[in-house]
Design a protein around this ligand. Structure first.
Ligand code: TYD
Length: 209
């Protein structure tokens, strides 16, 4: 059966304000009676949530970068079959909190595995389920950190992780540049209302609403 619904993904660095936008969009779609499904990666189904627990557990610190990347890809395949595909076939709007671009940015750029390897192990998603629209909330890790902890904080641990997050951020910006038809970049330094207005107008312009 043909897929008739639209597939929308939200991407950005940790702390970029994605969750706030997803909540605002959920309220909007409910109030407008738009048939939709919200889901997230990693996770979004029984098996993929179990993989999420393995991935995000502090007990698995010795996991190799390659294993991490493969688990994200495995969880994605299952999630596509369990949640995304059925909803798209029913003609629903599917909104996913993170997707394959997170793997390209976090594992490809952040961990340094490269986009070629990440592209290969995610070929199923990239070839069969490319999002119609990807909303990228563009907020640098420094700005997200200041927003969370205040401008004067100087947390050593968080700063050590900053190089990784900066690579992830550069990765997202490169992906957005390479996929201008699919990506919509929204300046994350604006107020939540301003950002949401741009999310809505982008989704309308792209024929999703
Ligand atoms: P989560 O708590 O859902 O964070 P957020 O609210 O920022 O989305 O954790 C998801 C984490 O998983 C986040 O740090 C990004 C990471 N991730 C990857 O590294 N690769 C991936 O392919 C995906 C989907 C997520």
């Amino acid at each position: 059966m043909e897929k008739t619904g639209k597939f929308i993904t939200f991407e950005g660095c940790d702390g970029c304000g994605k969750s706030t936008q997803l909540k605002m969009l959920s309220n909007y779609l409910t109030s407008e009676n738009v048939a939709h499904v919200f889901t997230r990666e990693p996770g979004g189904g029984k098996i993929s949530e179990a993989i999420r627990e393995i991935l995000l557990s502090g007990k698995n610190m010795e996991m190799t970068d390659e294993c991490e990347a493969l688990l994200y890809a495995a969880s994605r395949v299952q999630h596509l079959r369990d949640r995304v595909d059925p909803a798209l076939k029913e003609g629903k709007l599917v909104i996913c909190d993170r997707y394959v671009d997170s793997s390209l940015a976090y594992q490809g750029y952040g961990r340094g595995l490269g986009v070629e390897f990440i592209g290969k192990i995610n070929a199923y998603a990239l070839e069969n389920y490319l999002p119609d629209v990807t909303i990228f909330i563009d907020l640098s890790p420094e700005a997200a950190f200041k927003r969370k902890h205040g401008a004067d904080q100087n947390d050593r641990l968080e700063l050590a992780g900053m190089e990784f997050h900066n690579r992830v951020y550069e990765g997202f910006k490169a992906l957005a540049k390479e996929n201008p038809d699919r990506f919509v970049c929204i300046n994350g330094e604006q107020t939540p209302d301003e950002i949401f207005a741009q999310v809505l107008s982008a989704l309308k312009e792209k024929g999703c609403l």
